[in-house]
Design a protein. Structure first.
Length: 755
């Protein structure tokens, strides 16, 4: 087992081993080369489906079996505990119990082990506490308040994101220069970071970022400690190297300087986590970091058909930041990829449902079918259609649309608007966003409700009427209850989606997520926009809430045969017989927000994400896009993603109501048709259309006016959802309009304009 004595001078004399290398049988040429290249720096570029895990396990076994090394002298690092456990078990199955001694784990578990040994050098005791996210946010909030920072304008979660980003880069407070400083709290982030680290030490605690930052700082400040571990670990093996951040990269590079026997396994074409700190440059510059490195490419794919691999290779070839490899297979060509153009998002979802039903008739199990989307809000459309069609589904790597926090919160608001006595819903959102009405206020209201035998919302009304609260609490509660009264008054005069927009705006809930500086904020905002779009399909709030109740009652167990629906990010490492990739449209995929923030770098990561999606498919692949999508009830024209034009024609078969924009007999871009040779000209069109769409998203959901418009009975008006109509009744700002196609509807005056 592992020794804890000073490792600088232990006996490393070779021991006689009985060598049985039958585990090498069955490896292909590239795999065998990766296993047998045991000494010196090695980079294994393992393409999707090329047997990477088998290579990792066999390499560990081969080192233990043929080199003068013991298990505890090998460091193997993975990204998940599941992967680490699988690697240990499979290695032990090949060579026996000696594999148990390998120092094998995730980056953070290795960091915990190192820090426990040398905690005092980081100013900690060995029994230090690791804060979870909730504890971290509470501590940061306390610091912000103590330092006089407005936590509503500069929320703790935003500061946590800034600090996590710095720690991912291996930067302590004293290493933050002016170029790295963040605009949080008007440039005070560096100072707040320093105070946060001091508080952590006072608490004998650290966060997850410290589990790498502290060992890194210890190694740099104490060369003798670093030398011990450099001597100890004769061989280092790293999985998923393309996903390492700067801190992980620096830690590995330091440890590898001893024996230089480091093997990094990864795929530069599958680096898709830049948004959480991963640096694709780490794998791209491996040969610079370790001169003379042996680079081995695993290109024979055992998963997908030749057409799928050809499409994936043709697409990723457009990236410049890559080391280069081409996947191939000895299996048959299989079916070509089906490209489908649909009229709108609903038609796309219905088409996919029909194709899945056809697969079922061909005896394909639903468990072998996946739908991979770019953004989580896309799942709602499929959930709705699948429920209607009776197709079982499960959401992988996340909640079903109506189960996500932000959707549940807004549904709670709508339930209270719709049903004055819904105490459960009221308790969920009475202090959301934060209004200064804490648990004590809720306890008081609950006591009033119990004593008087009334619901919690009516207890709140009673508390306002009888001034049970004083000062700001009274004012805040009074404003909230007046808001609910105002929303109820408008419920019968505006559409459910318009009502929801008002609730989101006037409650401050939407702004709360817009102000969230973490990666979750934009996703939640997108989901809220999709919720408004969902509401636009219903004539009344009652009808919508009844529908949601039925959706939520659609329970699913892990053992059911069901279609898997997930984001492309969640799909990495998985594979299915049949894969659908919907929503390949400019602005959605590649995602416009990513392009706006990081330009070409983001575009290449988006393309790698497309590559990951394609290579999840074993047998059949479908790619689709819609010519129109509705956001906040506003129809938008969409053009096919540039990635569609980058798919090699020889691997594609087209099927679309409006053409797939790839025809060589193209006449005009305006009809949605182009050839592969027009890509340069299209860049301008992509940019212009994306800007137009962005403006539509920003403006399409607002009332057409903020006050009275002078509209009178008999006037001809236009409404964004119902179209043209004539005012038949006017009561103040409330109108009843006879619409040409939608019939008679009650609407608010500021949601229509004179036609």
């Amino acid at each position: 087992m592992e020794n804890d004595f000073d490792l600088a001078g232990f006996n490393t004399a070779p021991q006689q081993k009985i060598i049985d290398t039958s585990y090498l049988d069955g490896l292909n040429e590239g795999q065998r080369a990766a296993v047998e290249a045991t000494d010196g720096p090695v980079l294994v570029l393992a393409g999707a489906g090329t047997g990477k895990t088998r290579v990792l396990v066999t390499r560990l076994a081969h080192i233990l079996n043929t080199r003068p090394v013991k298990g505890w002298e090998i460091l193997a690092v993975t990204f998940t505990n599941k992967a680490a456990q699988e690697m240990r078990e499979r290695t032990a199955a090949l060579i026996g119990p000696e594999a148990i001694d390998i120092k094998l784990g995730t980056f953070h578990s290795i960091g915990v082990w190192l820090l426990r040994r040398h905690a005092e050098l980081a100013g900690l005791s060995p029994n230090y506490t690791i804060l979870d996210t909730d504890d971290q946010l509470r501590l940061l909030k306390q610091i912000l308040i103590d330092e006089g920072v407005d936590v509503k304008k500069w929320p703790p979660r935003g500061l946590a994101a800034v600090i996590d980003r710095w720690k991912d880069k291996g930067l302590a407070p004293d290493q933050i220069g002016s170029a790295e400083n963040d605009g949080f709290a008007h440039g005070r982030a560096k100072e707040l970071y320093r105070i946060y680290q001091q508080r952590l030490l006072a608490l004998n605690a650290c966060d997850f970022g410290d589990l790498l930052l502290h060992p890194l700082r210890i190694f740099m400040a104490h060369p003798d400690i670093l030398t011990q571990y450099q001597n100890r670990f004769k061989y280092i093996l790293v999985d998923e190297y393309q996903d390492t951040n700067v801190a992980q990269y620096l830690l590995l590079r330091l440890l590898a300087q001893g024996h230089r026997n480091i093997c990094c396994v990864g795929d530069d074409d599958q680096s898709i986590y830049g948004w959480r700190g991963a640096e694709v440059g780490n794998i791209l510059r491996f040969e610079e970091d370790f001169p003379g490195a042996n680079v081995i490419r695993l290109e024979r794919n055992y998963r997908s058909t030749a057409h799928i691999l050809g499409a994936a290779s043709g697409l990723i070839h457009n990236n410049e930041s890559r080391l280069g490899k081409t996947l191939w297979t000895e299996d048959n060509d299989g079916e070509k990829i089906l490209l489908k153009a649909t009229w709108d998002g609903q038609a796309e979802a219905r088409w996919i449902a029909e194709e899945i039903e056809a697969q079922q008739r061909d005896k394909v199990k639903l468990n072998e079918i996946a739908i991979l989307v770019r953004a989580s809000f896309q799942t709602r459309e499929f959930e709705e259609v699948f429920l209607s069609a009776g197709i079982s589904y499960r959401i992988i790597g996340g909640l079903r649309f109506y189960e996500s926090k932000e959707i549940r919160d807004v549904l709670a608001y709508l339930r209270v608007v719709n049903q004055r006595d819904d105490g459960l819903a009221f308790a969920r959102i009475y202090n959301l966003p934060k209004r200064g009405l804490g648990q004590k206020a809720l306890d008081t209201l609950q006591k009033v409700a119990n004593d008087l035998g009334i619901s919690l919302p009516r207890a709140a009304e009673y508390a306002v009427e009888h001034s049970l609260f004083k000062g700001k609490a009274h004012t805040t509660l009074k404003e909230l209850m007046e808001s609910f009264d105002r929303w109820r008054e408008q419920k019968d005069f505006i559409t459910p989606d318009e009502l929801t927009e008002l609730v989101l705006d006037e409650s401050g809930y939407l702004q709360m997520w817009k102000d969230d500086k973490t990666s979750e904020g934009p996703k939640r905002v997108e989901n809220l926009k999709e919720l408004i779009r969902a509401l636009s399909e219903y004539d009344s709030l009652d009808e919508f809430l009844e529908h949601v109740a039925l959706v939520m009652d659609n329970n699913q167990t892990a053992d059911d045969d069901a279609v898997s629906i997930m984001t492309l990010h969640a799909a990495k490492g998985l594979e299915y017989d049949v894969v659908f990739l919907p929503g390949w449209e400019e602005g959605l995929f590649p995602h416009q927000r990513a392009l706006d923030e990081n330009g070409l770098q983001a575009l290449e990561e988006e393309r790698r994400l497309a590559y990951v999606g394609i290579t999840r498919a074993r047998r059949q692949l479908y790619i689709s896009h819609a010519s129109n999508r509705r956001i906040h009830g506003q129809w938008q024209n969409s053009i096919a993603s540039r990635f569609v034009t980058e798919l090699p024609a020889e691997h594609i078969i087209e099927d679309g109501e409006s053409g797939l924009y790839r025809r060589q007999d193209t006449e005009t871009i305006g009809t949605g048709q182009w050839s592969a040779g027009t890509s340069t000209h299209l860049n301008d069109i992509f940019s212009r259309r994306a800007e137009q769409n962005k403006n539509l998203i920003d403006n399409s959901t607002k009332p057409v006016s903020s006050g009275a418009t002078g509209i009178q009975k008999g006037d001809r008006v236009f409404h964004q959802k119902f179209g043209y109509g004539r005012v038949v009744v006017k009561d103040g700002t409330k109108l009843e309009v006879a619409f040409d196609k939608a019939g008679r509807k009650k609407v608010m005056e500021n949601f229509v304009e004179l036609a």
